[in-house]
Design a protein around this ligand. Sequence first.
Ligand code: DGJ
Length: 714
Amino acid sequence: MTDIHHLRAGGTAVVLDCTGGHLPRVLHWGRDLGDLGPAALAELRRASEPPLVSGQADVAVPLSLLPEHSAGWLGTPGLAGHRDGRDFSTAFEVTSLGVEEVDGDPVVHSRVTVAAEDAVAGLRLGIVLELLHAGVLRMRADVTNAAPGTFDLAALDLALPVPSEAAEILDLTGRHLRERAQQRHAFTLGTHLRESRRARGHDASLVMAAGERGFGWRSGELRAVHVAWSGNTRTYAERTNLGTSLLAGGELLLPGEVRLAEGESYAGPWVYASHGSGLDEMSGRFHRFLRARPEHPRSPRPVLVNVWEAVYFDHDLDRLKALAERAAAVGVERYVLDDGWFASRRDDTRGLGDWYVSPDVWPHGLHPIVDHVHGLGMQFGLWFEPEMVNPDSELYRAHPEWIFSAGGRLPVPARHQQVLDLANPGAYAHVRDHMMAVLDEYAIDYIKWDYNRDLVEPGHQATGRAGVHEQTRAVYRLIDEIRAAHLHLEIESCAGGGGRADLGILARTDRVWTSDCIDPLERQQIEAGAGLLLPPELLGSHIASPVSHTTGRAHTLDMRAGTAFFSHLGIEWDLTSATPDELGRVRAWVAAHKAHRDLLHSGTVVHADRPDDSLWVHGTVAQDGGEAVFALVQLRTSVISPPGPVRLPGLDPASTYRVAPLVPGDGPGGHLGAPPTPWWDALVELPGSVLAAVGVQAPALKPEQLVLLHLTRL
Ligand code: DGJ
């Protein structure tokens, strides 16, 4: 008897073969296949059966969600571990299987629950697979040691097959100040493995995609996975000579990190998977899922000012108040006081870990600035870096035993700091209580939760064992406790910029600080990479100073503001140094953002595929197709000028749109001066189908200049 289950939601179909008590095997994951009856599903199974070939096992080797060598699989096994050198290979048999449609859940459409056992290895396995309304698939596994002795777990990864047509891999890499760079490879035989071994990662591959050769934003079938975990992770694409290709992922466990005594369990993180024809469709599914979550921020994203690049550690009340007044005058709604307000923290060498207001810098506490900010009608936000400590701090001197270390030595310092072992109850309680005391005393609406060094040699001092797994859970617990005590609080996940932007941290935070680099030219690419997973309302994007602090490039206000316009807008610029003209134009940009943010933060993100990629075109189209905003960004010079027509994708083909320049703070000709294209002043009215297939002539822009277009349905 075949036992095949067909799940369908959000344009996605999953066909699971659960026949014969094996772990479920995915016969299809990807685009919807239509209505298939039991006979067709059985035929699909028959058609998927591989032939036997010489030099290989005498049995067919289909890929299960947790690949096992006992089934003949010769690639990376899903579970790795041993019990005192034995039980290194598993052969799980399914003991129960539940398949249900979930009623009334805003996120989950259907769920498959698998329980399995390997009586010889003494292990029990659970797998939960959920198909979400958005068409995203997610799955997680747990393992229990059901026998005497300790089971050392080295890996628990889940895998999904990808078709042999997948010829190219795309993943993300980068560094501090240049996160989320896209890199591509041929999908060759072997394993392309991306590991994050430092519990954060400016280079972390938020998504790994495999698709048809040359897949782009709008076309080419592709599939992608993401591991929703803020500790160490592994994500890989693997192709074997048995005709099987897969995408897989799970937590990266350090040696000895998870040792299960009899009766103990380990639960792995969710592994998310999406697909599409083109990257936009794939990431659109992730965005739809995220937006459906009950915890997704739903209020209009407050425009904020962050004082970091305006004052750095120089906390002067008068200056900070003047900055608040300027910010309020241009329409800012949230004011964030960054690093430097506490204890001896006058620079980045001291004070981290001592979470009390500095009596030297703030003799009257933070009340004067908090009250001033609230008096101006803005929310107040405050910076913390809860997991970290400077060796030059009261906390470190009192409790050197709370610091992560291995081999009796301290990890190499980074930004003059070390990491607190939050699995230590004393350390955890200390941080929680000090943070709570500040949150109880002041009316704080928002925390910028920073995390500025990699987690290396993370050993618990008492046991000498590795502790990233427990640290990650402790951080989640700490955030959850703080939020439960302060229900109105929003939290930004910052890790020296975008070092912690996974869906594990985003299940309990409201925004990521996308990068410490605010240079708009860099940001165009950084945000496109981050946007493969995250919708714009979760990406913090600020209007920078006229000269970027991290690159030294100078940009026009329109380039800076037009870049930040689409995401969760902020300002990170000493507005007290801005001219009246600049302030007027910032006010106009903020007002325009507010006028369009409902669209920008609920619409579908689209990108145009352009062979001449010096002109970068992206936009957001309202879910009902009623309006859209596009950006035409000249990233660098091109030998082609004028650039020719640009296509505007993703509009409703049957609707006619009026295309108008969106030029906040400028006259009708915009900051480009004379009408830059013949249609500019009179506007253009065309159907969405024509705008997608033919497009409109783009202005000839100078390098590092942009224009925005606003399209409204007639
Ligand atoms: C790194 C962050 O990304 C910056 O925005 C700022 O908060 C500094 N840390 C403060 O130390």
